[in-house]
Design a protein around this ligand. Structure first.
Ligand code: FES
Ligand SMILES: [Fe+2]
Length: 386
């Protein structure tokens, strides 16, 4: 966060704590339950918000050096992002052109594993029959070559996808015609000051929830639930005196940590870049970047096979050099976050889904949940424009 942003955010939150207030929307909003249960809506969402909208897949720091790559599941599409020997960034369908097997391992994409799908390689060797690709996607090795007369390796490079770095994040298009350059221009300024160009994933886990993907995003967007759903954990530590800002379709929702107001005792020029707050930055359509003084988390949320299901990839990163101590601390942060998110918020979202699936027909969003309202409006607007 840039210093002027730090100061204005700090002042707003100190003011809210003193007045016992928070940023409010203009009016409560009603959301029809069908947005969580209608299969036709889900199909349209997948097409418009996931296939035609640029998708964040990681931090720029994960592919900073020649040979770096990451292999991730993006709404069910296996994606490989590489930086070749000349420093050029590429993205491909992570599917061998022989018979489709991923050419790079997607460790984080198997449920229950905690790899990151992120590493450094000069060659990608398919595990099925050994075809070899270089980081620029060219087919450079084909075992038993004489058995493929007339098959020109030049035609069998990995299938390219659009990719760019925007606002310090890696953005891909799941279709060749998706415009990714400058995709996150609206948050370029808001994200300045976060060293995403040095941030790397340390641990990532995938979860499947029995809740619509929008409910899975919504759990991150308001502090109204903290004294109730989190009464046994962060209640009393994270305070519902938050601020909400919008940047085009994207949002920042930040809530202070206990003692935030002590900042006022220090000269503003010494306020730290990482304020004592949980800063939840959400990027279209459903990537949530959670920053706190302890933790750097990325949540990538996708629809599941049916409206009442979603998939979430929870990744913990760091911009410190990856020595043993940092890796251990980052893993520890991941486990701490899980104690709240996985143990309390996920079951909360699943319980709400059961209510809507059972016939509750409307969700009401209060004025103190304005980031939730913003996102439901934004998703609806995107679908309506299609
Ligand atoms: S599927 Fe990759 S070599 Fe056969
Ligand atoms: Fe929560």
């Amino acid at each position: 966060m840039k210093h002027e942003d730090v100061v204005s955010t700090g002042r707003r939150i100190i003011d809210h704590i003193a007045q016992r207030t928070l940023d409010l929307g203009e009016a409560p909003m009603r959301v029809d339950a069908s947005v969580f249960t209608d299969p036709e809506r889900l199909a349209k969402e997948r097409e418009v918000l996931f296939r035609r909208t640029p998708q964040v897949v990681g931090w720029a720091g994960e592919v900073a050096e020649p040979g770096d790559f990451l292999a991730r599941d993006v709404d069910g599409v296996p994606v490989l992002v590489t930086r070749d020997e000349d420093g050029v960034l590429h993205a491909f369908l992570n599917a061998c052109t022989h018979r489709g097997m991923p050419v790079a391992p997607e460790d984080s994409d198997r449920e229950g594993t905690t790899g990151t799908g992120c590493s450094n390689a000069r060659r990608f060797v398919c595990g099925y029959h050994g075809w070899q690709f270089d980081p620029a996607g060219s087919l450079v090795g084909l075992p038993s070559r004489p058995q493929f007369p007339g098959v020109d390796p030049a035609e069998f490079g990995l299938k390219k996808l659009p990719v760019a770095i925007s606002a310090g994040l890696i953005v891909v298009g799941l279709r060749p015609d998706v415009q990714v350059e400058g995709a996150l221009a609206d948050v370029e300024d808001a994200f300045a000051g976060f060293p995403y160009d040095r941030t790397r994933a340390v641990v990532s886990e995938k979860f499947t929830l029995k809740a619509n993907w929008k409910l899975t995003v919504d759990i991150n967007l308001e502090g109204y639930h903290i004294p109730f759903l989190h009464r046994a954990t962060i209640h009393g530590v994270v305070l519902n005196h938050g601020i909400v800002d919008t940047f085009g379709p994207h949002t920042r929702f930040a809530v202070p940590i206990l003692g935030f107001e002590k900042l006022a005792e220090f000269p503003e020029e010494h306020w730290p870049a990482r304020l004592p707050m949980v800063n939840v930055q959400t990027v279209l359509p459903s990537t949530v970047l959670i920053e706190s003084p302890m933790s750097t988390t990325m949540l990538r949320v996708y629809p599941g096979a049916v409206p009442g299901e979603s998939v979430i990839h929870m990744t913990e990163g760091t911009w410190e050099p990856l020595d043993e101590q940092t890796v251990a601390a980052t893993r520890n942060n991941h486990n701490t976050n899980k104690a709240v998110l996985v143990s309390e918020d996920f079951p909360g979202a699943e319980a709400c889904q059961r209510g809507f699936s059972a016939g509750l027909d409307t969700m009401v969003v209060g004025m103190g949940e304005s980031a939730v309202a913003h996102w439901h409006e934004t998703w609806d607007k995107a679908l309506a424009a299609y």
